[in-house]
Design a protein around this ligand. Structure first.
Ligand SMILES: Cc1ncc(COP(=O)(O)O)c(C=O)c1O
Length: 394
């Protein structure tokens, strides 16, 4: 295995949530899993070596995040987005993106506060807001022939109704948009006008197709950065979700302090994940080439699905994607009840996909296919979905 090769990992024997959990639950020998947001590629060699190095040193106690950690984050953001942060003053670690999000919700909002999200979006957004006693305001995205856009007048209406916070997903899971500078600028202007805080989940920021660009909303200006906390992790882009490690960037010292106090409440104020630190350093310093190979493969997989569906599943629209590793497909022409679609695909074709109905307004009747897998799996999956389409059209 060369340093930057893309290596497929087996579908059995690794106790993965994406595969083994579903195989056990369904008992299907020929099951194909395109659900859980993990890749079927081994994590990059520099990350694996860095983790082995930690083990080799024999110390698994509380780590000290070294200058190398902060420098890696600073240099990576500057190199890839031109955002020049003082990492020592505005970066803080946590135990995964959603723990970061929880601390932000806990400290910057109160029960009953309204939080606006663009839907459809990853199901945890709505669920976490609801389970923590805050109120979800859904602002549905608009789509024209599979190209998704923000409806800025309805976003403004959401803010007029008194939103405390806007929870952005950039790039956006599941529809695969990497929001443009112009779109982010418009969001920023509305948030300033209505005094709305921004929590930006940028976990997919490295997975942007060639010709497109990731822009952190906080990098637009200091003024915007002062109302923003940005969430990062190596988890999605380098396939390290099992490490449960993340970090935030908050340039506003007040927000940074309040966030830190919230960490203290749950004992997360010190000594976070020794493996996560090592993985972050290796990812940002040594894995640019690996990531570009992954992106190339995902783009190839995406174009295969788009072409295959256009030819064989006429009427199923695959959204225009420019980021993430998902194909977002409009299956509404089948007229299957939206609560049934993933169940029927599982029962009849032995395929696991995510049902769009759980992703908020605008998701019913859609499915999300995880493309970070082998070309062979995708070819077989596409063939079975064609069969499903044929059985249910008419
Ligand atoms: C947009 C988004 N944010 C965060 C997560 C979870 O990230 P982590 O497991 O690294 O906390 C997911 C998982 O699918 C996601 O889609």
């Amino acid at each position: 295995m060369k340093n930057q090769d893309l290596v497929l990992i087996p579908n059995k024997g690794l106790s993965r949530l994406k595969w083994e959990y579903e195989q056990k639950r369904t008992s299907y020998d020929d099951l194909l899993c395109f659900g859980t947001a993990d890749m079927d590629y081994a994590s990059p060699k520099p990350i694996l070596s860095a983790l082995c190095e930690v083990v080799g040193k024999g110390h698994l106690g509380y780590p000290l995040a070294s200058d190398t950690f902060y420098d890696a984050i600073h240099d990576w953001l500057l190199r890839t987005t031109s955002w020049d942060i003082d990492a020592h003053c505005c970066v803080s670690q946590n135990a995964g993106i959603y723990m970061s999000a929880w601390n932000i919700l806990e400290t910057l909002t109160r029960p009953g506060d309204k939080i606006t999200i663009l839907t459809p979006v990853h199901f945890c957004f709505k669920r976490m807001i609801n389970l923590n006693g805050r109120v979800v305001i859904e602002c549905p995205l608009i789509s024209e022939n599979g190209k998704y856009m923000i409806n800025f007048s309805s976003l403004e209406a959401c803010f007029t109704s008194g939103s405390k916070m806007f929870w952005l997903c950039n790039p956006h899971n599941p529809i695969g948009r990497a929001w443009s500078k112009e779109e982010l600028q418009k969001i920023a202007e509305l948030c300033s006008k209505y005094n709305v805080l921004i929590m930006s989940d940028d976990v997919y920021c490295g997975l942007v197709f060639s010709g497109k660009k990731y822009t952190p909303i906080a990098s637009l200006s200091k003024k915007i950065s002062y109302r923003t906390i940005t969430l990062y992790s190596t988890s999605k882009c380098y396939n390290t979700t099992g490490l449960r490690h993340s970090f935030i960037v908050a340039e506003n010292p007040e927000l940074f302090k309040e966030y830190g106090e919230s960490l203290e409440k749950v004992g997360l104020g010190y000594g976070l994940n020794i493996m996560g630190i090592a993985a972050t350093i290796a990812a940002f310093n040594e894995c640019d080439e690996w990531l570009s190979i992954v992106i190339k493969q995902i783009q190839k997989n995406y174009h295969f699905i788009k072409g295959y569906f256009a030819e064989h599943l006429q009427g199923a629209i695959v959204a225009e994607s420019e980021a993430t590793y998902f194909a977002w497909v409009d299956m509404r022409q089948l007229r299957i009840h939206h609560q049934q679609i993933s169940y029927l695909i599982e029962q009849e074709e032995h395929i696991i996909i995510e049902n769009g109905a759980v992703l908020g307004k605008g998701g019913a009747g859609f499915i999300r296919i995880n493309l970070a897998t082998s070309e062979e799996n995708l070819r077989e999956g596409a063939k079975r979905l064609k069969h499903f389409w044929e059985q249910h059209s008419s």
